[in-house]
Design a protein around this ligand. Structure first.
Ligand code: SF4
Length: 342
C-alpha cells in the first residue's frame, strides 16, 4: 500500500506525530488540514512548521487520486467520477442527489472477487484493495469538485467492503470524525454480499455505522445462482447472523433486493422473502435491475408495482429504489472501469 498520511486515522495521526518526535497535537492539526480543511498541498497548512511539512512530504503523496472523467446525468443530477490511482488503476464513485441529501457511493476495491452474476464490476475480477485514504479521498474530491457538502456515504460501489474490512472501517471512522469529514455515523452505510464472520465482527464495533445486506433471493437455490458467496455462507446462516446483528446493536438492518425479470420477481419469491424477513427488524429496498450487457432484464413497470403489492401489510418497511444515473452507467451494479488510463 502507498505510504501517505492520508491513510491514517485520528489516533494513528497522533501516534505518527509522536514517532516523528512531534507533539500529538501537531498530528491533530495535520488531520484537520487533510480531512476537514481539505487541502491539496502542505503549503496550505499555515500553522504547521516548514520542517514538519517536509516530514509529511517525505512520508508520501498527499493526493492519492486524480480525476479522469466526470459525467452528469441531466435527468436526475446523478454524477459519476472516474479516478485514477497513483499506480494507474482506476475506480469509480457516484454522487446521488435526493431529497436534500448528497450521497456518495464509494468504491472499496479495484474490481471485486465475489462474482455476482448480475453485476458488471464482477467481470473485472479483483485487482486490489483500496487504502482508507483512497476511499476517503473519493468523498474529499467530490466535495471539492461540486462545492457541495456530502451528507451521506454508502459503501456500495466497486468491491465487497468486508473483503477489505480494516481499510473500510478506518475510512468510515475518518469520514465520521468531527475533525475529519464530520459525516454522521448513521449516515454512513456499509453494504455486504454476506461475509458472515465479518457481519458478526461488525455487530460489536463501537460505532453507529449502518449495515446493508445485498440479498437478492429468498432461497438458496436462486441465491446460489446470483451470488456465489451463498455457497459458502447459506441464506439461513446469513439471516441468522443478520438477526444476531439486530439483537446486539438494537438497530435495523437494510436488505437490498435487485429485482430481475423472470428470476426473482414472482409472488412465491415475495412470499418466501416475507417469511424470511418478518422476524428480523429490517427494511427492504427493492431495486429494479439496471440493464447492462447481460442475460438479465429489468421487469416492466407494471410487474414492479405488482411485486411491491405483495408486501402490503408486512411488518417491515419496503421501499422502491430506482437507483439514479442509468444514463451514465452509474447505477447499482453498473460500475466498471471502461477507460484504460495512460
Ligand atoms: S454486487 Fe457487489 S459484491 Fe457482488 S460482484 Fe458486484 S461489487 Fe462485488
Amino acid at each position: 500500500m502507498m505510504n501517505s498520511i492520508k491513510n491514517l486515522t485520528y489516533d494513528e495521526m497522533q501516534k505518527w506525530a509522536l514517532q516523528k518526535g512531534l507533539k500529538p497535537f501537531v498530528g491533530r492539526q495535520i488531520f484537520e488540514w487533510v480531512f476537514s480543511k481539505n487541502v491539496e498541498s502542505t503549503d496550505s497548512m499555515r500553522n504547521i512548521a516548514k520542517n514538519v511539512r517536509n516530514i509529511i512530504e517525505k512520508e508520501g503523496p498527499l493526493s492519492l487520486l486524480e480525476l479522469k472523467k466526470h459525467e452528469v446525468n441531466e435527468g436526475d443530477g446523478t454524477e459519476k467520477f472516474l479516478f485514477s490511482c497513483l499506480d494507474g488503476n482506476a475506480l469509480e464513485s457516484v454522487l446521488i442527489r435526493s431529497a436534500g441529501r448528497n450521497t456518495v457511493c464509494v468504491s472499496s476495491q479495484i474490481g471485486c472477487a465475489m462474482g455476482c452474476t448480475f453485476c458488471r464490476t464482477a467481470d473485472m475480477g479483483i485487482l486490489r484493495d483500496l487504502s482508507s485514504g483512497e476511499i476517503v479521498e473519493q468523498v474529499i474530491q467530490i466535495t471539492r469538485l461540486t462545492h457541495e457538502r456530502v451528507t451521506n456515504v454508502v459503501f456500495m460501489g466497486m468491491g465487497e467492503p468486508f473483503n477489505n474490512y480494516q481499510e473500510v472501517i478506518k475510512a468510515a471512522t475518518v469520514l465520521n470524525h468531527e475533525k475529519g469529514l464530520n459525516i454522521g455515523a448513521r449516515h454512513i452505510t456499509i453494504s455486504t454480499a454476506g461475509i458472515v464472520p465479518r457481519v458478526r465482527e461488525f455487530s460489536h464495533l463501537p460505532y453507529q455505522f449502518k449495515l446493508a445486506i445485498s440479498l437478492n433471493a429468498a432461497n438458496d437455490e436462486k441465491r446460489n445462482e446470483l451470488m456465489p458467496i451463498n455457497r459458502r455462507y447459506s441464506l439461513s446462516e446469513l439471516l441468522k447472523t443478520a438477526k444476531y446483528y439486530t439483537d446486539v446493536t438494537n438497530k435495523l438492518i437494510t436488505f437490498e433486493y435487485v429485482l430481475i425479470d423472470g428470476v426473482n420477481n414472482t409472488q412465491k419469491d415475495a412470499q418466501e422473502l416475507i417469511k424470511q424477513l418478518s422476524h428480523i427488524p429490517s427494511k427492504l429496498n427493492i431495486i429494479p435491475f439496471n440493464e447492462i450487457d447481460s442475460k438479465f432484464q429489468r421487469p416492466g413497470e407494471r410487474d414492479i408495482s405488482t411485486f411491491l403489492s405483495y408486501f402490503e401489510g408486512v411488518n417491515f418497511a419496503v421501499t422502491l429504489r430506482n437507483s439514479g444515473g442509468k444514463g451514465i452507467q452509474a447505477a447499482c451494479g453498473q460500475l466498471y472501469h471502461e477507460v484504460l488510463l495512460s
